[in-house]
Ligand binder design. Structure first.
Ligand SMILES: CC/C=C\C/C=C\C/C=C\C=C\CC(=O)SCCNC(=O)CCNC(=O)[C@H](O)C(C)(C)COP(=O)(O)OP(=O)(O)OC[C@H]1O[C@@H](n2cnc3c(N)ncnc32)[C@H](O)[C@@H]1OP(=O)(O)O
Length: 374
């Protein structure tokens, strides 16, 4: 039986205990520092700047200005952790620096893998680095099932104290991800579109605001939602193959990139380049993408993974608390724009995608994709 809701999928996958995407409710956008880290904060809409380690034992006395906020009401335990001045992270970070060397949790050789149908996660515990391989044939489209499994895997990593960084890649060289699954946006009802869009928002928020270092190892084409997935990362390594393309090509499908896709792109390549790229639905070759800063590094195809790993080791040398706070400082205003209007954004999407003209455009685009092969 086709599974149509995230909650149904979670039940099937046994992920219900993860505090993620509760049925009928928009769950926390928190990265590891919120829902991921503190039991009490889970699923309560806690923001992302909570510390990752040892927070429960920390006192509320740090005099530095507030760095922890909640998007909705904090739980009582959250409030306890917040302390009088609402301060949290600087103390926690300091304690971590004093008490917690990064790699004490596991023996140096430990590796651990887990996978579900559409996502393979390989965790190198000696490095504190996980690799997530997307495996949704034929083109890694971001179906509701994939998004759900991805979110469950992500939450597991957020909860794993030893995991400091994640490399995102595809199980299928040649295609990183074909973006959102057009079939999820075609010929369905409003309830389905709502459920789907919640999952898309959730994934973006989690990845974009993650306290872990996220590196995209882009080993193939990456249009639209695939490009967005790559844009959530801190650094993008792409295979230098002129056959591959990357970009937000939504207008070519007759649809409009949502404002947060746009904001993520603008933050990466600037306003002018984004204006042109978005209006024209440009798909860039790797060389062009490097030139405009859409990706950070091109390497031969067989070096994508190893380069991502070596970049990761550089990033992990930076004191974690300082890097995390800096990331939050840079990204929070953008994520907040969506957090403040998630429901309205869902309504917009559902209304827009349900229009006859838009449905027709999507059908025609799918048809053209199929006819290309014939
Ligand atoms: C006012 C505004 C308010 C709100 C905002 C509103 C709306 C915004 C909403 C949505 C935003 C969406 C962003 C997206 O991500 S849309 C998806 C865009 N994706 C694409 O354009 C990629 C299309 N695919 C390709 O270009 C190619 O397939 C490829 C380069 C990824 C791979 O090429 P191949 O030659 O290797 O493979 P194909 O033969 O083309 O494909 C195989 C198979 O897969 C089907 N397919 C491809 N892409 C998708 C997809 N994204 N979703 C679903 N299915 C896809 C393709 O049709 C083939 O199917 P068949 O085997 O023929 O059945």
């Amino acid at each position: 039986m086709a599974l149509r809701t995230v909650s149904a999928l979670k039940r099937r996958l046994g992920g219900a205990g993860l505090g993620l995407l509760r049925s009928g409710q928009i769950s926390s956008a928190a990265g590891r520092s919120g829902a991921g880290r503190a039991r009490a904060g889970r699923g309560r809409g806690v923001a992302w700047t909570r510390p990752r380690l040892g927070e429960e034992q920390l006192g509320p006395t740090c005099p530095v200005g507030p760095t922890w906020e909640s998007v909705s009401r904090p739980s009582s335990t959250d409030r306890k952790c917040l302390g009088r001045a609402g301060n949290f992270l600087p103390c926690a970070a300091q304690h971590r620096l004093e008490k917690t060397p990064s790699y004490i949790d596991y023996p140096a050789t430990a590796r651990r893998s887990f996978s579900n149908h559409r996502v393979i996660v390989d965790m190198d515990q000696s490095l504190g680095v996980a690799t997530i391989k997307i495996k949704n044939p034929p083109v890694n489209s971001l179906s509701l099932e994939l998004l759900t499994e991805f979110l469950i895997g992500w939450e597991k990593l957020e909860n794993d104290k030893s995991c400091k960084g994640v490399i995102l890649t595809s199980n299928y060289p040649k295609i990183f991800s074909a973006g959102l699954d057009i079939l999820e946006m075609c010929g369905k009802n409003a309830a389905h579109y709502t459920e789907y869009w919640k999952a898309v928002q959730e994934l973006w928020l989690k990845l974009y605001m993650s306290n872990m270092v996220v590196i995209a190892a882009i080993n193939g084409s990456s249009p639209a939602g695939g490009c967005l997935l790559a844009l959530t990362s801190d650094y993008r390594v792409m295979a230098d193959n002129p056959k591959y393309t990357i970009g937000l090509n939504e207008t070519l499908l007759g649809i409009v990139a949502p404002f947060w896709f746009k904001d993520n792109l603008v933050n990466t390549i600037g306003n002018r380049a984004s204006e042109q790229a978005l209006q024209l639905g440009l798909l860039f070759s790797p060389a062009e993408a490097l030139k405009i800063g859409l990706v950070d590094q091109l390497v031969p195809e067989d070096k994508v993974q190893s380069t991502a790993l070596s970049v990761m080791s550089q990033w992990l040398k930076i004191p974690d608390h300082a890097r995390q706070l800096t990331k939050t400082m840079m990204r929070k205003p953008t994520a907040d724009l969506l957090l403040k209007q998630r429901e309205a954004d869902i309504d917009n999407f559902v209304r827009f995608i349900s229009r006859d003209g838009i449905q027709k455009s999507l059908h025609m685009y799918l048809k053209a994709l199929k006819e290309r092969k014939e």
